[in-house]
Every structure is written in structure tokens, then in C-alpha cells.
Design a protein around this ligand. Structure first.
Ligand code: NAP
Length: 285
């Protein structure tokens, strides 16, 4: 039977560290980190994410600024807001909740966010920095996964790590972070042949596919650490990961549940990035 990796516990610890540091900074400098969250339109899932981010800001003692723009906002209007936020010293981090409505080019928006305030780490400069291992911000979800692996105490160096998924926000940076920690990394995707034979070699298996119950027991090595990034909504409204938990759990040494695994970590790492942005912008690191 696998040990459960409790993302709520780990994320609470990360947020508590951020809260304590924030209180010290507020006492010393009379200033607190500020995060601006921009939401365009009425996507209900985006609304939930934005509310959770605001709640997390309250928990750690940040200022949060919300900008809720209508569905028919133009790209020019959104770019103008981003420029205003770039210039506002009380805003240390800027996050534009994706997806944005189709009349807006999300790449143009990401490129317009100051790389120093890009706490999602999606800006090409920050992506490039991750590639060369010289980064201030790590993309929140892969960074959260690294915290969860570290929580297990399992050494990454020298291990076979397999990431299923090659998206810019999860799969690719995930692979890069494992590589920086000297894992031997394989990235799989929809064209990978005989996927199960590759995933069965993994000491550490990260699933970021977006398909419910995709990873089955025959795809997992006995004793593997299994991290499930997937967040899939079933017809009955329940959240479900990419890993068939009931099947895989008896084989794994450590496994993340969904919900309560990677999900809470993403927001905790966003708080950590915003604190880092504040410190950098105020010359404190
Ligand atoms: P994505 O952009 O849709 O990427 C999915 C990846 O899975 C692609 O690289 C795709 O390959 C690969 N894939 C699809 N079918 C496959 C198959 N049959 N065999 C092997 N690989 C296959 O998704 P994403 O943005 O990376 O997100 C992945 C999952 O993580 C989603 O469930 C998402 O909701 C979740 N997520 C969770 C969090 C969190 O905070 N917990 C954050 C972000 C994302 P190709 O490139 O070849 O198409």
C-alpha cells in the first residue's frame, strides 16, 4: 500500500512559511507583497481559481487586487491594464487568468507582463531562465510537484523520471526541473509508442495528460512515486485525476490523491513566487 502525499499538508506548510516572512517584512519595511489577478469573462472554473487565489492572499497577508473585465474586453484594453499594473509599485505580481476570450491573443498578454512581475513564470524570458537553470520564478504547478516529491524524502538524482505530457505550463517545465535535480528524464506525449513500456521504467512518474484514469496499474513500476497533476471533471461533477488511483495505489510507494494532491500546491507556489517578486523588486534579495 502506498503512502499518501498530502498536498494540503505540504501547501499549508509552504503558505505558513510565506505568511511568517511576510509579517516580518511588513514589520521591518511597512510594506506587503501585492498580487493583481485579472479575470476576463465569465468562465466558472476561472472564477473558482481566482477566488481561491484571493483567499490564499488573505491567508498569507498579501494585498490582492482583482480586476474582473467583461467577456467582450479587447486585446488593447487588456494590454493597457497590464501596462498600468506593470508600472504600479504596490503590485509585485501579475496574473492573467487563462483562458482569455478568443478575441485576445494570450501570448501577446503574457509577453506584455513585466518579466519581474510574471509570477506564473510563463513569460518567454522566465521560460528561458528555467531552461538554463538561472531562475527567480518557477512555474507554479511543476514547482509544487517538486515540493511534493521532496516531501517523500525520495532522492531524485539518478532516478528514472517519466513525465506524461509536454505542455508549456506543466510537462516541459516539469521535465526540466527533474533534470536540474539530476533525474534521468523521459517526456511522453500522444505520439509516444508503447507508452506503458516507458512509464513502467519510471521510479518517479508524473502524469499531466488531462484524461481521467488514464494511468493504469500495468503502466506503473512496483514501488514508484506517482504524481497526478490531472484535474478532470467527471459527468457527475466530481474531480478525477489522470491516474486510476484505486488500481495504482497498491503498487506505488507514494502517490498523490486528487483532489488534495498537486492542486493545493499550485496556489501555494504562486504565493511563494509573489513573495520572491516583492523581495527582488525591493532589493531584498
Ligand atoms: P495539455 O496542454 O492538454 O497537455 C496534455 C499533454 O498530454 C499533451 O502533451 C498531450 O500530448 C499528452 N497526451 C494526450 N493524450 C495522450 C496519450 N494518449 N498518451 C500520451 N500523452 C498524451 O494539458 P496541461 O495543461 O498540461 O494539463 C494536464 C492536466 O493537468 C489537465 O488535467 C489539467 O487540468 C491539469 N492541470 C492541473 C493543475 C493543478 O494545479 N493541479 C495545473 C495545470 C494543469 P501532445 O502534446 O502530443 O498532444
Amino acid at each position: 500500500m502506498a503512502n499518501l502525499i498530502d498536498g494540503k499538508q505540504v501547501s499549508t506548510a509552504v503558505k505558513e512559511q510565506v505568511r511568517q516572512e511576510t509579517e516580518k517584512l511588513a514589520e521591518t519595511y511597512g510594506k506587503r507583497p501585492g498580487l493583481a489577478v485579472v479575470i476576463v469573462g465569465n468562465n466558472p472554473a476561472s472564477r473558482v481559481y481566482v477566488n481561491n487565489k484571493k483567499k490564499a492572499c488573505e491567508t498569507v497577508g498579501f494585498q490582492s487586487f482583482e480586476y474582473a473585465l467583461p467577456e467582450d474586453t479587447t486585446q488593447e484594453e487588456l494590454l493597457e491594464l497590464v501596462q498600468t499594473l506593470n508600472a504600479d509599485p504596490s503590485v509585485n505580481g501579475i496574473l492573467v487568468q487563462l483562458p482569455v476570450p478568443e478575441q485576445i491573443d494570450d501570448k501577446a498578454i503574457i509577453n506584455a507582463i513585466s518579466s519581474e512581475k510574471d509570477v506564473d513564470a510563463f513569460h518567454p524570458e522566465n521560460v528561458g531562465r528555467i531552461m538554463i537553470g538561472d531562475y527567480a520564478f518557477l512555474p507554479c504547478t511543476p514547482a509544487g510537484v517538486m515540493e511534493l516529491i521532496d516531501f517523500t524524502g525520495v532522492e531524485i538524482s539518478g532516478k528514472k523520471c517519466v513525465v506524461i505530457g509536454r505542455s508549456n505550463i506543466v510537462g516541459k517545465p516539469m521535465a526540466m526541473l527533474l533534470l536540474h535535480r539530476s533525474g534521468t528524464v523521459t517526456i511522453c506525449h500522444s505520439r509516444t509508442q508503447d507508452l506503458a513500456s516507458v512509464t513502467r521504467q519510471a521510479d518517479i512518474l508524473v502524469a499531466a495528460v488531462g484524461k481521467a484514469n488514464f494511468v493504469t496499474a500495468d503502466m506503473v513500476k512496483e514501488g514508484a512515486v506517482v504524481i497526478d497533476v490531472g484535474m478532470n471533471r467527471l459527468e457527475n461533477g466530481k474531480l478525477c485525476g489522470d491516474v486510476n488511483f484505486a488500481e495504482v495505489e497498491p503498487k506505488a510507494s507514494w502517490i498523490t490523491p486528487v483532489p488534495g494532491g498537486v492542486g493545493p500546491m499550485t496556489i501555494a507556489m504562486l504565493m511563494k513566487n509573489t513573495l520572491t517578486a516583492f523581495k527582488k523588486q525591493n532589493g531584498l534579495v
